[in-house]
Design a binder for this molecule. Sequence first.
Ligand SMILES: Nc1ncnc2c1ncn2[C@@H]1O[C@H](COP(=O)(O)OP(=O)(O)OP(=O)(O)O)[C@@H](O)[C@H]1O
Ligand SMILES: [Mg+2]
Length: 264
Amino acid sequence: MNIIEAKNITLIRDNKKVLEDVSFDVGKGEFVAIIGPNGAGKTTLVKIMTGLLKPSRGEIKISGVEPDNFISKRRGAVGYLPQKAIVNWNMPLKVLDVVLIEKLSPFSFFRKYSKEDVERAEYWLEVFGIKGKMNTYIKDLSGGEQQRVSLARCMFNEPEILILDEPNTAVDAVYNVKIYETLRKLCDNRDITVIMVTHDIGAVTMYVDKVMCLNIKLHCHSSPSTIDYSDMLKKVYGENVNMVIHGERCDSCVFGAKNDRNTY
Ligand SMILES: Nc1ncnc2c1ncn2[C@@H]1O[C@H](COP(=O)(O)OP(=O)(O)OP(=O)(O)O)[C@@H](O)[C@H]1O
Ligand SMILES: [Mg+2]
């Protein structure tokens, strides 16, 4: 069953096509990676999926309705991690407060959370390996730790669709793999649909169901095993690109590591 269907999306800005005739669909419970060079339109496309931008032409539906309609009817059903931070990491807040930010009073930092909320926040902090820092001030976190806290915050409402715009730029290679494994399990065990923009083409292909290669136009939208990478990379990134794609056989590299101990 498709949860997202997009037909001929074109977005024009300053008389320039930022996206052109982009059509795709995403099945419920799928893990999809969106890749492409800087300026390819990836952030623009995910903003269209979250209803923050409207296409100039074409249409996009989530469960049969426009994204803003879907989101307003089912509050919390879409978790979105934008590329640019929405949290001011210098605020006098602790990690737990960020995960529970919706529960904070708008006029003060007075914190009084229910036991259930705290337990749910702790659960998601644990899933992203950052529970040990739940009482740390957010200004004292590293960039990668901030990204892991943001992922826990996105999962707090247990959304049906998780849209992540470069969630792992500051995350180290070992934890990167753990994030991919975690997202894979969320798809497999909870039927959550995950759409992730990333520049980490080499590793992510091991974990996702589909790769969307975007550079204004959608150059491919298929299972990673069916993609001709050298052809696709030349089309999307230009001629002088050579890339190592990691796979199951990379026993000695970190991307071949498997951790099947936890279920989420
Ligand atoms: N607010 C804006 N007004 C005008 N043009 C914009 C605006 N935001 C983005 N653009 C332009 O739209 C194009 C696509 O931008 P977008 O942010 O979607 O790219 P991206 O693929 O996410 O790139 P990156 O990998 O650098 O994040 C770029 O040429 C960018 O300069
Ligand atoms: Mg972007």
